[in-house]
Design a protein around this ligand. Structure first.
Ligand code: CUA
Length: 169
């Protein structure tokens, strides 16, 4: 598709060169061409870039078992399970610079899954797996909180990601 567009653009440029188009009109065609290329470029760029948007995965009972899996020194997978009124695992420890895939689900009602200081704002829903990837560049404690009212213990429902310097490992 892109090749086809480029070919068309090239053909029209040839046409502009050969014919006697009014210079003002020529300028407008050039500007339009530039805007169009920028548009196409940004679409291609976004397609390659946005691979860490939340995704919805097919449900599988394995995700109901909370766990932290280390894939390599900087890559972790967390199966986070929400239920009235806690998250499990409650503490997730990773070294600075880690990339963590969160697979989030619920054992009962709908809960929220929000990580402080990170662009994570997901729902934990029974029978549903939401996945997102977060990179932790700075050491610190990142609270995970439930931001969807889920009953009497809602406000106490939280967990944390503890990000520490690699010397600890
Ligand atoms: Cu769980 Cu609010």
């Amino acid at each position: 598709m892109v090749r086809h567009l480029l070919f068309n653009a090239f053909q029209s440029l040839k046409y502009i060169k050969m014919s006697t188009v009014d210079p003002y009109e020529k300028k407008i065609i050039m500007v339009t061409g530039a805007v169009l290329s920028l548009f196409i470029f940004s679409i291609l760029y976004a397609r390659n870039k946005n691979n860490d948007l939340p995704e919805c995965l097919p449900f599988n009972k394995a995700y109901l078992e909370p766990k932290i899996t280390k894939l390599d020194d900087k890559t972790y997978q967390v199966y986070a399970v929400a239920q009235m009124w806690q998250f499990q695992p409650t503490q997730i420890e990773v070294p600075v610079g880690s990339e963590v895939d969160f697979f989030v689900t619920s054992k009962d009602v709908v809960h929220g899954f929000h990580i402080n200081d990170k662009d994570v704002n997901m729902m934990a829903i029974y029978g549903n797996i939401n996945k997102t990837t977060v990179k932790f560049e700075k050491a610190g404690i990142y609270k995970i909180i439930c931001h969807e009212y889920c009953g009497i213990g809602h406000q106490a429902m939280q967990a944390e990601v503890i990000v520490s310097e690699p010397s600890k490992y």
